[in-house]
Design a protein around this ligand. Structure first.
Ligand SMILES: Nc1ncnc2c1ncn2[C@@H]1O[C@H](COP(=O)(O)OP(=O)(O)OP(=O)(O)O)[C@@H](O)[C@H]1O
Ligand SMILES: [Zn+2]
Length: 918
């Protein structure tokens, strides 16, 4: 097998790296800490996953600060290409494998476990075997030698596939011991069973059973005997008891008969006494009937109307002793009504009278109610008439007062007419007619205003002309023209002053005229104002007159209405008084009728009182008649009762004589001798029964004891049988177990022998190969040979025959020795234990640490010889120049100081270049 390429991403110090590997020897070199070992570890990890990490964990693999990592390894094995890819992811602070795939030309294996199993199968090595054989890790160069013989045995056995045999041998041994354990226990059980059987056989069980059965038969016979005797005693007892009981019964009956006789005699005499009392009662009842009859006869005599005692009354006419004959005196009138019929007649008459009385009473109540109503109505009518009369009187007063008011108003009206006339007369000498005063006054006022304005105009003109005259005069005095102010000489304007004086005089005249007209207009205006006032006064007066006239009309109307109303009320008063009188008359008439009605009421009450008295008498008669009937019944009953009692006594007397006879017969039959004999027999039987009972119980217990003993012996016999069956079973089992034990022992021995044999064969080859290899790498005269015994104990022999433990070799020697051993194993594997084994690349991490330069040379030759032996690929991490020089291929590892990430470089190392130039 060889690695073709390795790709890393975020694997420890590698951010990204791709490494292709060739056949032959590849040396990886670089300074400390640059990431060389990490490359080898990555190959190991790619193959075996977490098993390659020893006690580190997956998260150690992921580059610090990253959260996922990837390894991709391609390799060729037996001419076939394989590829393993693993991806890790950090989740929280734990990393897990998220992808693990092994691709083979015709299959894809997935999952860390399955991939590892597949790799182990392909390489025929698990992770442990890989580091023991193919991968010499840094510092583990002496691993095989430093291991204890036992560990070494295991390691090498595993490598040579002998481990499984040892495992099988151990399993066989375990099985053998397990079987032995069970066998021991079963043999113990067997021993115990034999002892138990022997103990039981010593007891003579069947003989004991026979003796017990004989004893049981004896006891049972005895019990039967006693039981039949007990039965006989019981019968005797029963017979005697019966005789005695019978005797007792006869005596009791005689006693009972005595009692009965006594009782009957007493009953008979008591009944005779009762009959005596009945006779007395009968006599009392007859005397009462006598007196009741007498009383009824006297009542019937008091009645005015005669009555007959009905047929039912005949009840009292019979008599047992014939002393009472029928009494016809009371029922002489055959046609008279019976008492009950008479009572009915009287009662129905009384009902009639009561109804009539009720009617009369209602009539009286109604009539006196009507009288009261009529009188009340008359009172009401009269008081209404009085009220109306008072209203009439009030109205008369009001009418009088209103008539006076009307008179006063009429006077006022004529005064107003006079005044209006006087005012209108003032227009007689006026320039205008009544009604035009307002217009006239307005006209005059306008005229006056015109005069006033004319006057103002003229006055203004006068003032202007006067001023110009004054100015002109002043100019003239200075000698200037009064008109234009030029010098006066020859001025055409000198005359103008005079013209102006003339004009002033005209204006003044005109003003005087206007002033006269204005004065006249003022006078006329004053008069016109007066007339306007008169007109308005007349209007006011006429208004007053109208109001008064209207009021007057209203008053007159009102007074007429009142008078009408007064007259109406007068008539109404008269009507009311008349009606009241009528009502009172009617009431008086009704009252007269009432007196008569009351008289009739008295008559009817009288008649009812008579009826009541007669009814009372008749009812007494009836109740006496009833009493007579009752008495007759009582008499009948008492007589019957007395007769019955006589009959009863007759019967009792018969019974009495019967009982006396029976008693005598029983007394005759009494026999004392027989009784005494029975008593004797009874005592004897009782005595026997008393004694036989405990005896029987004792025998019963004895029989039970024997029975139990028989049961126990039988049980023991059964147990013995069971034990014998058990013994047979256990004996069979022990025999089986013994043969099983022998088989396991044989198997164990076989595996041990097989392993020893195989190991011996391997050891011989291994010893030869080791000697060859060691000779090759360590041609030293002082060592003659290496001895490897069956337990892989190594002994080195010096030329002088002295034996050395490998630990006693020098450090470098030990390293070479160890590498030789590994190479020897490698060759053994290559040559094949069971056919050709795969040859993984030999991977060495810093193998030269303990070696001096001479020995490095030997290592180089060892490596070369391995290559010659057919190891396809050797990868060595080293900074040893000699090794570098021996490399077919160089990989340089460098670490970037700033990013702290490793980088790979191929080609000649500077050192090699330097060496070359040397
Ligand atoms: N998970 C990780 N992430 C980043 N860097 C890591 C991680 N694990 C280890 N390293 C670093 O990787 C570097 C390389 O270590 P490695 O053992 O491969 O060096 P080396 O070249 O073999 O050195 P030496 O010559 O001393 O044996 C170390 O400096 C280490 O700190
Ligand atoms: Zn002039």
């Amino acid at each position: 097998m060889r690695v073709d390429s390795l790709s890393l991403r975020n694997f420890k110090c590698y951010a990204e790296a791709d490494l292709g590997l060739e056949h032959g020897v590849t040396v990886v070199h670089g300074v400390n800490g640059s990431g060389k070992s990490t490359l080898l570890e990555a190959v190991f990890f790619a193959l075996y996953g977490s098993k390659a990490l020893d006690d580190r964990t997956l998260d150690d693999v992921i580059t610090i600060g990253e959260d996922e990592s990837e390894v991709d390894l391609a390799f060729t094995h037996d001419g076939t290409s394989y590829r393993i890819r693993r991806e890790l992811k950090l989740r929280g602070d734990r990393a897990t494998t998220t992808k693990c795939v092994l691709e083979t030309p015709d299959d894809t294996v997935e999952g860390a476990r399955d991939v590892r199993q597949e790799v182990t199968k392909l390489l025929r090595m698990d992770a442990d075997a890989f580091v023991n054989c193919a991968y010499v890790r840094q510092g583990e160069v002496n691993k095989l030698i430093h291991a204890s013989p036992r560990e070494r045995q295991d390691m090498i056995d595993d490598l040579l596939q002998l481990g499984a045999l040892e495992e099988y041998r151990e399993r066989a041994s375990e099985a053998r011991l397990g079987v032995k354990d069970v066998l021991d226990r079963q043999e113990g059980a067997l021993e115990k069973l034999r002892e138990q059987i022997e103990t039981k056989e010593d007891k003579d069980l069947p003989e004991r059973l026979n003796a017990l059965e004989t004893r049981r038969a004896d006891v049972v016979a005895e019990i039967d005997n006693f039981e039949s005797q007990r039965e006989a005693a019981r019968e005797t007892l029963e017979d005697a008891t019966e005789v005695l009981e019978r005797h007792e019964e006869t005596r009791e009956e005689i006693t009972a008969l005595k009692g009965d006789v006594e009782e009957l005699r007493e009953t008979i005499s008591a009944t005779e006494r009762e009959r005596e009392r009945f006779l007395e009662t009968i006599q009392d009842l007859e005397s009462e009937r006598e007196s009741v009859l007498e009383e009824r006869t006297s009542l019937l005599e008091d009645l005015e109307e005669p009555v007959s005692l009905s047929a039912g009354g005949g009840g009292y006419s019979d008599g047992v002793d014939g002393s009472d004959g029928p009494n016809d005196a009371e029922s002489a009138d055959e046609n008279a009504p019976t008492v009950d019929a008479r009572i009915d007649t009287l009662e129905s008459r009384d009902d009639e009278l009561r109804d009539q009385l009720e009617e009369i009473r209602v009539e009286i109540t109604e009539t006196s109610g009507e009288v009261d109503r009529l009188r009340t109505r008359a009172d009401e009518l009269e008081s209404e008439a009085d009220e109306k009369q008072a209203t009439i009187d009030d109205l008369a007063e009001t009418i009088e007062a209103e008539a006076e008011t009307i008179e006063r108003r009429e006077e006022t009206l004529s005064d107003l007419e006079d005044e209006i006339e006087a005012q209108r007369n003032r227009f007689e000498d006026a320039p205008i007619a009544f009604g035009d005063a307002d217009d006239h006054r307005d006209e005059l006022a306008t005229q006056r205003d015109e005069y006033k304005s004319d006057l103002a105009t003229v006055t203004a003109r006068i003032e202007a002309v006067e001023a110009s005259i004054e100015e002109g005069e002043a100019l003239l005095e200075e000698g200037k023209c009064p008109e234009c102010g030029q010098p006066v000489e020859d001025s055409p304007h000198v005359d103008v002053l005079d013209e102006r004086r003339e004009e002033l005089a005209d204006l003044e005249a005109e003003r005087d005229d206007i002033e006269a007209d204005l004065a006249d207009a003022e006078t006329r205006l004053e008069r016109a104002e007066e007339l306007v006032e008169v007109e308005s006064e007349v209007a006011e007066l006429e208004g007053n007159r109208e109001n008064v006239a209207q009021l007057l009309d209203e008053k007159r109307e009102t007074i007429a209405e009142r008078r009408e109303r007064r007259d109406e009320l007068g008539e109404r008063v008269e009507d009311l008084r008349e009606t009241a009188t009528d009502k009172r008359d009617e009431a008086d008439d009704l009252e007269e009728g009432l007196a008569e009605t009351r008289e009739r009421l008295g008559d009817l009450n009288g008649e009812r009182a008579e009826i009541k008295a007669e009814l009372e008498t008749l009812e007494s008669v009836a109740s006496l008649t009833d009493r007579l009937e009752e008495l007759a019944g009582d008499l009948e009953r008492a007589r019957t009762e007395r007769a019955n009692k006589a009959e009863l006594n007759e019967e009792r007397r018969t019974r009495l004589s019967d009982k006396r006879e029976r008693k005598r017969a029983l007394e005759d039959e009494f026999d004392e001798g027989r009784i005494e004999d029975a008593r004797e027999k009874k005592r004897n039987a009782e005595h026997y029964l008393e004694q036989v009972e405990p005896k029987l119980q004792e025998l019963e217990e004895k029989r039970e004891g024997i029975q139990n003993a028989i049961g126990a012996v039988e049980q023991e016999l059964e147990d013995l049988e069971d034990l014998r069956t058990d013994l047979e079973r256990v004996e069979d089992r022990v025999a089986d177990l013994r043969s099983l034990y022998d088989e396991a022992e044989t198997l164990q021995a076989t595996y041990g022998d097989l392993r020893a044999e195989l190991r011996q064969r391997n050891v011989e080859t291994l010893e030869r190969l080791l000697n060859e290899t060691f000779d090759l790498v360590y041609q030293n005269d002082s060592y003659a040979a290496i001895d490897l015994d069956g337990d892989y104990r190594l002994t080195v022999y010096q030329k002088d025959g002295e034996a050395l433990e490998p630990e006693q070799l020098s450090g470098g020697e030990r390293a070479l020795f160890n590498l030789s051993l590994r190479c020897a194993i490698y060759r053994l594997l290559a040559e094949g234990v069971e056919g050709s084994a795969p040859m993984p690349p030999l991977i060495l991490d810093e193998p030269t640490v303990f070696l001096d330069s001479g020995h490095v040379t030997q290592l180089v030759s060892l490596i070369e010889s391995m290559r010659d032996l057919g190891v396809e690929q050797i990868v060595v991490v080293s900074h040893d120049e000699e090794l570098v020089g021996a490399a077919d291929d160089l990989v340089r590892v460098e670490k970037d100081a700033t990013s702290n990430r490793s980088r790979l470089e191929r080609g000649e190392p500077p050192e090699a270049a330097l060496l070359a130039s040397d």
